[in-house]
Design a protein around this ligand. Structure first.
Ligand code: IPE
Ligand code: IPE
Ligand code: MG
Length: 258
């Protein structure tokens, strides 16, 4: 068993990302991958660094995985960056997290524009600090005419609130005659959610060993394949992402059928 595992690891290590990518692209790749990027704080703690050092390191991983997802021709990559529950954290940490979009986009926006990536956001924009809103709005605007990967930031996002707000919007539209009762379907309801026209994720990745959804895309993940890893987000590599893609490609999705 140990020998077998050792052998497997060794053979994987010899494969380059390029080779793994070429092989994966012979089969259907997930169109939309969603990631709960978790474990930044623990990564920092292990190194006796402040938690924000983990968030900073995690930002570089977002860049790496975005490039890879784009080159695999994924349609969308949704990354959970800040939940509606994360406001409970110490103010200094929240302040840093609210500066991260500016730092990330300040550094990588030219590259994203160049690579044809479309930046988008789901979440409660209006309650973000003005400087965070500006950075995100600017990136969305500058990449609006791109046609490659949708890099969708879930920022100040919470799924239950999203669903309640969608229901309220439906009620309003019902009252004003925009939608009739028999026009409300799973499809039409989906378009009231923040994800709008975006396809549901095919694959969900959560790092850091936590096996829960933490209020992430509860409606959209109804038939998504889940892949969990103990790896902490700042340690998450292109090889790990390929591992998840390969695991996905081995699954048989039945959607209730046979
Ligand atoms: C994920 O890492 C990033 C955010 C939630 C913003 P954490 O900060 O949750 O890291 P851990 O879970 O404490 O290790
Ligand atoms: C989920 O991680 C939110 C993000 C990754 C942005 P948390 O670290 O906040 O989740 P819990 O508290 O462990 O459930
Ligand atoms: Mg966490």
């Amino acid at each position: 068993m140990l020998h077998k595992l050792g052998f497997k690891k060794q053979s994987k290590r010899q494969e380059t990302i390029e080779e793994r990518k070429q092989e994966a692209m012979k089969h259907p790749v997930p169109k939309h991958v969603a990631i709960i990027m978790d474990g930044n704080g623990r990564w920092a703690k292990k190194r006796a660094l402040p938690r924000i050092a983990g968030h900073h390191e995690g930002m570089k991983v977002v860049r790496k995985i975005t490039k890879l997802a784009n080159s695999l021709k994924l349609e969308a990559l949704t990354v959970y960056a800040f939940s509606t529950e994360n406001w409970k954290r110490p103010k200094s940490e929240v302040d840093y997290l609210m500066k991260l979009p500016e730092e990330f986009l300040g550094t990588y926006l030219p590259e994203l524009v160049e690579e044809n990536v479309q930046v988008r956001m789901i979440g409660y924009r209006d309650t973000l600090p003005a400087h965070t809103q500006r950075a995100v709005d600017n990136a969305i605007q500058q990449t609006a005419n791109n046609s490659g990967l949708v890099l969708n930031f879930a920022l100040n996002y919470g799924s239950r609130a999203e669903i309640i707000d969608a229901v309220k919007q439906v009620l309003n539209d019902y009252k004003s005659g925009i939608i009739k009762e028999d026009e409300l379907s799973e499809d039409s309801f989906s378009r009231y959610l923040m994800t709008g026209q975006l396809n549901d994720p095919d694959l969900l990745i959560r790092t850091s060993g936590e096996i829960r959804l933490s209020n992430f895309m509860l409606w959209q993940l109804a038939y998504t394949e889940f892949w969990f890893t103990e790896v902490l987000w700042p340690d998450f590599s292109e090889q790990h992402f390929m591992e998840a893609i390969e695991a996905y490609q081995k699954r048989s999705r039945r959607f209730g059928g046979v």
